[in-house]
Design a protein around this ligand. Structure first.
Ligand code: F6P
Length: 514
């Protein structure tokens, strides 16, 4: 594991790269691109604009080898327990692999990991064929909402089924807006909650049921589908249509499972299966490609390089594709909930910075907002550009301009520039040497989207192994939930006794008569 004990050499290399590696000089060598642009299913990933040299790369690859990564990867892909604080496997890749391998076989639907997925796809097919559902309101938050939101936008050209609206927030504006113009008879509510106890989802479910009854809806169980690992709780709540998601599939890894129902309703079974195939193709790359050409391995080890060894606290994600505009939000949960931790699996401290903040906006919008900071700010962060070779729209000129802008931004960050005669020294200087990775998809398709998301999942796993972190639990979300339950009761009782001065002061201000 990437303990301080085995990192002094890498730390020295990181300091050397940061102080003396000049990207514009090393990129005079065409062989650098050939060595550092790696192929993976449906994409090419160019790492050549990163602040690493061959010595650093071999040091990092050595760290991966010494970390026990190969054995850990095998355990995860074999469905063994890898989430030790919850005694669970992490089954997202197992699910994809088994589904893709057995989709048409006799065993289809018999496998406990895949059963809910098979049921979900059959239900989606049946509902699409019936033509009775015009709108779907999907209720779910975190992993039960972010994945469907991203996929519905990314797969928009394939959406030919009912219109889907996703509701996550406990802020009533979210549900209120989603219900506008809907008729109970032609609306299906999908309620996704692995734990079946998430406050936002339960509140939205309750209000959706009230709305359904108030609007004259009949037979609510026919219009509500539950997706959960706690199937008994859903049945006990009166649901009759209940799809199972396995305990071993974490919320942020769950869009491949029955949680994908709103997506499958919108795009159909075949497109959803293509997504799974893309994910499975990336799983195979992750399992089989040598470390020197393995894209998730490079991404994960560079996360350690920048966060831990160069102490850079963030990464910017800039997707130059309208369909991927929610990708930064999706990655915030995937990466920050997985690796935003400072204890190792055994509970001991990590003693070095772990995953940084992930943030971003789609290009080219971001260029007119925070790119100033990326180019001339007093701190730098690595940037991850995403673009496609082939767009899904007919406006060729738009696409060329967009691609030119994405490439130019990466180039400008890398090469920098000095103010020319007649320009303003300082103000028109660009320091350059700011690193980036460029992910170039062939096109945004169900397959490439599946491969892209699986790539990010495996990257998180690689970095987690190097830090010695359990990437599959999320204890850090619990304290706030417990305190909110306590405050809710105090608000009912109007009792602020024993609270800290700030919380008590704010509460009493809320309840003062206006
Ligand atoms: O509170 C965090 C979290 O548990 C996430 O990990 C999860 O994706 C989200 O809440 C929603 O949880 P559930 O699917 O159980 O409603």
């Amino acid at each position: 594991m990437a303990t301080e004990a085995n990192c002094p050499l890498l730390q020295t290399q990181a300091q050397a790269c940061q102080s003396s590696l000049q990207l514009r000089d090393v990129l005079q060598d065409p062989a650098r691109f050939e060595r550092m642009a790696l192929d993976a299913p449906h994409m090419l990933v160019d790492f050549s604009k990163n602040l690493v040299d061959d010595t650093a790369l071999s040091g990092l690859l050595g760290l991966v080898e010494r970390s026990g990564f190969a054995a850990r990867r095998q355990e995860m892909l074999a469905g063994e327990v890898v989430n030790h604080t919850e005694q669970r496997p992490a089954l997202h890749a197992v699910l994809r692999q088994r589904y893709v391998d057995k989709a048409g076989g006799d065993a289809a639907g018999q496998d406990a990991v895949c059963a809910g997925l098979h049921q979900m796809l059959a239900l989606a097919q049946q509902l699409r064929a019936s033509g009775q559902i015009q709108h779907v309101v999907h209720i779910g938050i975190g992993g039960s909402g972010l994945g469907p939101k991203l996929l519905l936008q990314a797969l928009q050209p394939w959406c030919d089924g009912p219109q889907v609206r996703v509701v996550s927030n406990m802020d009533g504006h979210d549900l209120h807006q989603a219900l506008q113009g809907l008729q109970p008879a032609t609306t299906l509510f999908v309620v996704a909650s692995k734990s079946w106890s998430t406050a936002e989802t339960q509140r939205n479910l309750h209000s959706a049921q009230q709305w359904f009854a108030q609007q004259g809806g009949c037979n609510w169980p026919a219009h509500f589908v539950a997706i959960t690992a706690r199937t008994q709780a859903a049945y006990a709540a009166g649901f009759t249509q209940v799809l199972h998601m396995p305990e071993g599939i974490g919320g942020r890894f769950s869009v491949w499972s029955a949680v994908g129902l709103p997506v499958a309703l919108a795009v159909g079974r075949e497109v959803f299966e293509a997504l799974l195939q893309g994910g499975a193709a990336m799983d195979a790359h992750f399992e089989q490609a040598p470390l020197q050409r393995n894209v998730p391995v490079w991404l994960g080890m560079l996360d350690v390089w920048y966060s831990s060894l160069m102490q850079v606290p963030a990464r910017c994600v800039a997707p130059y594709h309208h369909g991927l505009r929610r990708l930064p939000a999706y990655l915030q949960q995937l990466e920050m909930e997985s690796n935003g931790k400072c204890v190792r699996e055994d509970g001991s401290p990590v003693h070095m910075p772990t995953t940084g903040m992930v943030w971003g906006e789609p290009g080219s919008n971001g260029q007119h907002a925070f790119f100033q900071w990326l180019h001339q700010g007093s701190q730098w962060v690595p940037v991850e550009f995403l673009a496609v070779r082939q767009p899904a729209h007919p406006f060729e000129e738009h696409h060329e301009c967009l691609l030119a802008n994405a490439l130019a931004q990466a180039q400008a960050l890398m090469q920098g520039a000095q103010a020319q005669p007649g320009q303003l020294p300082g103000h028109q200087d660009f320091p350059g040497n700011r690193p980036s990775t460029f992910i170039l998809l062939d096109a945004l398709t169900p397959q490439s989207l599946g491969a892209l998301l699986a790539m990010y999942e495996h990257r998180v796993f690689v970095a987690g192994v190097l830090w010695g972190i359990n990437s599959f639990d999320q204890w850090g979300v619990e304290l706030g939930k417990t305190l909110a339950t306590d405050l809710r009761q105090r608000m009912k009782d109007q009792n602020w006794a024993g609270l800290d001065a700030s919380t008590a002061g704010l509460l009493s201000h809320c309840y003062q008569s206006a």
